[in-house]
Design a protein around this ligand. Structure first.
Ligand SMILES: N[C@@H](CCC[C@H](N)C(=O)O)C(=O)O
Length: 281
């Protein structure tokens, strides 16, 4: 009998399932990921983390959105996966390196239980080629862009994955759900995009609402928090260390001179799930 076991965690309500290939035999396909992540019909999650995949001394994770598409990186995803690695005894050091499709991230556990972590997320890159985004401009920083039927002051950047940050008058879940699909699928974004509606509360606090590429509306997102902070910092609106407030909770984001970003936040454990034998039938 081949049963599939998944462990579920969340980063501020952004929930992920961990599927460990060392403990499960599965031919992973986007259709199966979509079925597992589907709310009401499956276990339900914003995404799935597949690993650890080990190559020599590297520990790698593959990150999938709930529609089955593969993402380069996820901020909550890497914290969650680090917690899984600690829980299952794959790592026991205070600091270690995790490899994602967008490169290596450094994880540091900040407490004994491994529930709070500081992560080096790489550098924010504003080049339109890197995002990739079709534009005559080399960068889109606080430029007017039209989505659906209105113009918005917009900043775009890559943090390994693509982000579009919109300075919005209305930063609500309703507005994110309404505008998100238009922004995610806008034809100028060659690989689709993650959208954040941004409100700068003061120089130390920002608030965002998120619509994720491949997962839709989510309660939190690590890369979205880092991207929104990087955009606000680039526009001169905030200090280099800021709290990013989202529906599911807050993350601390620090931006270095060279635009290297550090994110600190928690992970919660939900439990273990076993799929029914005929789940994919
Ligand atoms: N939840 C994430 C972001 C996941 C990937 C994203 N949807 C994409 O396709 O780039 C986070 O915490 O960063």
């Amino acid at each position: 009998m081949n049963t599939i076991q998944l462990k579920k965690y969340h980063g501020l309500g952004n929930d992920y399932l961990v599927l460990d290939p060392n403990k499960n035999k599965i031919h992973l396909q986007d259709r199966k990921i979509e079925m597992i992540c589907r709310r009401n019909f499956g276990v339900g999650a914003d995404g799935l983390l597949y690993g650890p995949l080990t190559d020599e001394d590297k520990i790698e994770v593959k990150i999938y959105n709930s529609d089955g598409s593969e993402a380069e990186i996820s901020g909550n995803g890497v914290r969650i996966f680090a917690k899984y690695l600690l829980d299952e005894g794959y790592v026991n050091e205070k600091k270690f390196t995790l490899t994602t499709r967008s490169g290596d991230v450094e994880i540091e556990f900040m407490d004994e239980e491994g529930t709070t972590m500081k992560v080096s997320m790489g550098k924010a890159d504003f080049s339109t080629k890197k995002i990739p985004l079709i534009s005559e401009l080399g960068e889109i920083v606080n430029q007017r862009m039209k989505f659906k039927d209105a113009y918005y002051n917009t900043t775009c950047l890559s943090l390994g994955n693509p982000h579009c940050i919109i300075m919005a008058e209305e930063v609500t879940s309703q507005k994110a759900k309404e505008l998100g699909p238009y922004v995610e699928g806008a034809s100028c974004f060659l690989n689709r995009i993650n959208m954040q509606l941004l409100e700068v509360q003061d120089r130390d606090n920002i608030k965002i609402e998120i619509y994720e590429r491949g997962s839709g509306y989510t309660l939190a997102s690590g890369t979205s928090a880092c991207a929104a902070a990087a955009a606000a910092y680039r526009m001169g609106l905030i200090n280099s260390k800021v709290m990013v407030h989202m529906q599911g909770g807050s993350l601390c984001v620090e931006i270095m001179e060279d635009m290297e970003i550090f994110m600190t936040g928690t992970v919660g454990t939900v439990g273990t799930f076993t799929l029914a034998e005929d789940f994919f039938a």
